[in-house]
Design a protein around this ligand. Structure first.
Ligand code: AMP
Ligand code: MG
Length: 352
């Protein structure tokens, strides 16, 4: 892929400037790539109905072809031409959670290019809750295909600087709208089977979904560490969100985690390794050696979600060889946070 000149523009989140949004929309309409903020993470957008444009997303990210993309719409009406039908259940969820971090799977219509769905008969759609994202989709007048705007395998971007780091020279425009809100990606929900299934935990929690869908469960591949269970969401099978350093995720009581991390840190430092510790406000003062970064307070998991990916990238900047990370509890947004941490650790999980 030849080098592309990437235009970087700052746009107001509260009041997206129409003339600037129009520039982004023109790029989308002419088949180019525009990164933009959403309420979850930054997305890398292309015209979702233009096969050639969508292929550029895979190239720029180095994304495997068999990992399907989410289509982003600016209103519910935009869903109809993309799908075979919308069930009552889906309609109710769209009313309750859109705009917001809930992605729903629908049987696709023939309008949706194959490369969006990676050959599956379902298409994933959501309506983001971010003024810039909504303005860009509206002005482009097409559904926008947008995976996270990072190089495949790396932590997702929550700041425009993360996108610049990964994609400068590979895409046409980056819209800088400041820090994203939630910090982890959307929840992917499959309503096509006997039971509603969460294929990827995310910004909408299991507890919130259960208020509307009492029987919703997580896909087995998310619960069991069994390698033989194939995830229904192709993206879940890849190494993901991974920093350059080798990460170990500790799970157990806070005291046990702190003690084990101290022991591991001491051992690795004696081996001459540069060690990072991913701690929390409650524990950060307890460590005596290593590069200690706090994700935020255990009492405020929303804050931890917001800081997770940027903290992983900070460890990269500091060039640590080893990252020792404290786990957090699985309740509410904790489920999405732990899903990302487990993937970042690539299976290095230490129960203490
Ligand atoms: P990203 O936008 O990069 O955060 O990734 C989108 C996620 O949605 C990936 O985990 C995909 O595997 C998942 N996804 C997208 N479309 C489908 C689909 N039709 N069926 C199952 N999972 C999907
Ligand atoms: Mg992604």
């Amino acid at each position: 892929m030849g080098k592309i000149k990437t235009t970087i523009i700052k746009v107001s989140k509260q009041n997206p400037e129409k003339n600037l949004i129009a520039k982004g929309a023109n790029i989308i309409k002419s088949g180019g790539l525009v990164a933009f903020p959403t309420e979850t993470v930054y997305g890398l957008g292309a015209d979702g109905l233009n096969e050639e444009a969508v292929k550029k997303i895979f190239l720029a990210k180095g994304r495997p072809q068999d990992n399907p993309l989410i289509l982003h719409v600016a209103d519910k009406e935009q869903v109809y031409p993309l799908v075979k039908s919308i069930s009552k259940e889906a309609q109710r969820l769209m009313e309750s959670f859109w705009p917001g971090p809930l992605t729903l799977l629908f049987k696709r219509s023939s309008l949706v290019p194959n490369c969006i769905t990676a050959g599956l008969d379902t298409v994933a759609i959501r309506m983001p809750n971010h003024p810039i994202a909504l303005a860009l989709i509206q002005a482009s007048d097409v559904p926008i295909a947008a995976p996270s705007a990072n190089t495949s395998g790396k932590p997702s971007p929550t700041l425009a600087s993360h996108v610049i780091e990964d994609l400068n020279g590979k895409i046409h425009m980056i819209i800088d709208g400041g820090k994203t809100g939630i910090g982890v990606e959307s929840t992917v929900l499959d309503l096509s089977g006997d039971k509603p299934l969460i294929l990827r935990p995310g910004g909408v929690t299991l507890e919130e979904l259960r208020e509307h869908l009492p029987y919703v469960e997580e896909d087995l591949s998310l619960i069991k560490d069994d390698k033989d269970i194939v995830p229904k969401s192709p993206g879940q099978k890849y190494k993901h969100y991974a920093p350059k350093g080798e990460m170990y995720l500790f799970v157990g009581s806070v005291d046990n985690m702190v003690q084990a991390i101290e022991e591991y840190a001491n051992r690795y430092i004696h081996m001459g390794k540069k060690v990072g510790i991913m701690a929390t406000e409650e524990t950060k003062a307890k460590y005596k050696e290593g590069i200690i970064l706090s994700l935020g307070s255990r009492e405020n998991k929303e804050e931890i979600a917001q800081n997770l990916f940027s903290t992983l990238r900070m460890f990269d900047e500091k060039d640590v060889d080893i990252i020792l990370a404290e786990g957090i509890d699985f309740k509410d947004i904790g489920m999405a946070i732990m899903n990302r941490m487990k993937k970042a650790a690539g299976g290095n999980i230490i129960k203490v």
